[in-house]
Ligand binder design. Structure first.
Ligand code: IPE
Ligand code: IPE
Ligand code: MG
Length: 238
């Protein structure tokens, strides 16, 4: 375990950490490899980072794996990403399950290849009783789409003349019981949210890191947590 680990105050661990796992393509291009090789290496990092997050006491970890806008990429990259996703769940599910990790999903199954949907549903089913850490896989996820889907769900459930509130809208999001994000980490050196978790990010602390996702290691997680613990969160108060 990295020495940086000792910098972390165990009493101030964020409940919900979200990561925009960005920079796979650039990692590959820098090495003159095809972009998909970057995605493959990026996928390999997920399991050890989940393990480190669980060990340090993070209870919810959201991982942005594919956005609703990523469909605009070349068809062969999109196809390879779905194949990789299926492979990831097929290869890693037993290990993930053994480690007490619960998998949940945020996004929409609309447009997803049926085989990808099947592996995700199987992972959710097999891990539903685990409680060491919850991994919220954000796949075919868009923050605006989530809010639109929540409003449409609300419209179906509402009584005539009943008004929408923040609490009611929260209860219609993809994962109603997921807490707000405390810490958002984005890798790759880009300073933007890219339509991730718009509702739940309202008061998140943002940490942007100049490391490409395939190079992300435990030490980067500890650095981000250390940075988070130095911040003063005010939530609009004093
Ligand atoms: C993130 O890496 C993974 C996905 C969006 C699927 P990118 O593929 O966006 O990598 P860069 O940003 O082009 O380097
Ligand atoms: C965000 O990264 C989506 C994921 C990491 C899955 P993008 O690479 O798609 O975002 P932009 O295009 O740089 O904003
Ligand atoms: Mg990117």
């Amino acid at each position: 375990m990295s020495e940086l680990h000792t910098l972390i105050d165990p009493k101030k661990i964020p409940l919900h950490v979200a990561i925009i796992m960005d920079g796979n393509g650039r990692w590959a291009q820098k090495k003159n490899l095809p972009r998909i090789e970057g995605h493959r290496r990026g996928a390999e990092i997920i399991e050890p980072i989940v393990e480190a997050a669980a060990n340090i006491g993070i209870k919810y970890l959201s991982l942005f794996a594919f956005s609703t806008e990523n469909w605009s990429r070349p068809a062969d990259e999109v196809k390879a990403l779905w194949q990789l996703l299926e492979m990831f769940f097929k290869m890693k599910l037993a290990l993930i399950n053994e480690k007490g990790v619960k998998i949940i999903f945020s996004g929409t199954f609309r447009r997803l290849p049926p085989t990808a949907k099947n592996v995700i549903e199987e992972a959710i089913r097999q891990t539903k009783n685990n409680n060491r850490i919850t991994i919220n896989f954000c796949i075919n996820y868009g923050g605006r789409q989530e809010i639109v889907d929540a409003v449409n769900l609300w419209i179906q459930k509402r009584k005539p003349t009943e008004a929408l509130t923040e609490r009611k809208l929260s209860s219609c999001l993809y994962q109603p019981r997921l807490p707000d994000v405390d810490l958002l980490i984005r890798t790759s050196g880009e300073y933007r949210i890219s339509n991730f978790m718009l509702w739940r990010l309202a008061y998140a602390e943002l940490v942007f890191m100049n490391v490409l996702w395939p190079d992300f290691r435990e030490k980067h997680l500890y650095l981000a947590l250390h940075e988070y613990q130095k911040r003063e969160r005010r939530f609009g108060g004093l």
